[in-house]
Ligand binder design. Structure first.
Ligand SMILES: O=P(O)(O)OC[C@@H](O)[C@@H](O)c1c[nH]c2ccccc12
Length: 267
């Protein structure tokens, strides 16, 4: 079990212990309540999809464990603004420091630079991190099925919803999907299918296409990772997937917003 996900989660448990030394749930809750209301993340995606356009969550990511440093000249506020001009529905901002070279400051800078709803992209395993997410302004959090037993997933999901945030629930295979569906979190979930295996880093778009038939109706699907070309986008649209989470392929271009426009262009 010495895979990357396990290593990241081991480090997260240390971070949560540190967070618990600095804050209580009540002190973080005060910070969360001082924030302006969440911007609707699911609503932002839905508006774009209902208008017949690919709804892209554009990701701001300096580095990753699989690719190392992706973007040396990294200005989260500028990238966020370009993504907004490029037609993004929402932003995704990495806040994990040790493995993705992100930070809470990156999150705030990017979100404050635009009117777009933003997901805090991190490895959330504890309620304190959920409240902390709202305290830094998050409109949505990521919960990764591979990292959370169903009972824990359910508690974190409820806490996020009580704070007014949306939740992107990430799965990679059928057993994770079944665990999520079995947790009875309700209808209308936002389910992300990660094309990248977080344990081996293998990335296959077929992951989304293969899982789709197993998803009951009534949920909204996001295809995550490895989307690099307009053909990839068209392939997903043809399968009925209208929501996309895209990072690396945009971050490697000089202007990520222009790259986004090209990615979703129909001709
Ligand atoms: O850079 P890509 O291949 O476009 O992928 C983006 C996003 O899906 C990926 O960063 C991601 C998906 N799930 C995660 C969980 C944690 C950290 C990162 C991720």
């Amino acid at each position: 079990m010495n895979d990357i996900l396990e290593r990241i989660l081991t480090r997260k448990r240390e971070e949560v212990a540190l967070l618990r030394k600095q804050h209580t749930a009540a002190s973080l809750m005060q910070l969360a309540q001082a924030q302006s209301a969440p911007r609707g993340f699911c609503a932002g995606l839905r508006a774009m999809a209902d208008a017949g356009k690919p709804a892209v969550i554009a990701e701001i990511k300096r580095a990753s464990p699989s690719k190392g440093l992706i973007r040396p000249d990294f200005d989260p506020a500028w990238i966020a603004g370009e993504y907004e001009r490029g037609g993004a529905a929402c932003l995704s901002i990495l806040t994990d420091e040790d493995y993705f070279q992100g930070s809470a400051d990156d999150f705030k800078a990017a979100r404050n630079a635009t009117a777009l709803p933003a997901i805090r992209k991190d490895f959330i395993i504890d309620e304190l991190q959920v409240i902390e997410s709202r305290a830094i302004g998050a409109d949505c959090i990521l919960l990764i099925a591979a990292a959370l037993p169903p009972a824990r997933l359910s508690v974190l999901h409820r806490t996020a919803r009580e704070l007014g945030m949306d939740v992107l629930i990430e799965v990679h295979d059928r057993s994770e999907l079944n665990a999520v569906l079995g947790a009875k979190l309700g209808p209308g979930l936002l389910i992300g299918i990660n094309n990248r295996n977080l344990r081996s880093f293998e990335t296959r778009l077929e992951t989304t296409l293969d899982l789709l038939p197993w998803l009951p109706p009534g949920h909204e699907v996001v295809t995550e990772s490895g989307i690099g070309t307009p053909a990839d986008v068209q392939r997903m649209l043809a399968a009925g997937v209208q929501r996309f989470l895209v990072g690396e392929s945009l971050m490697r271009q000089p202007n990520p917003g222009v790259a986004l426009k090209r990615l979703v262009a129909t001709s």
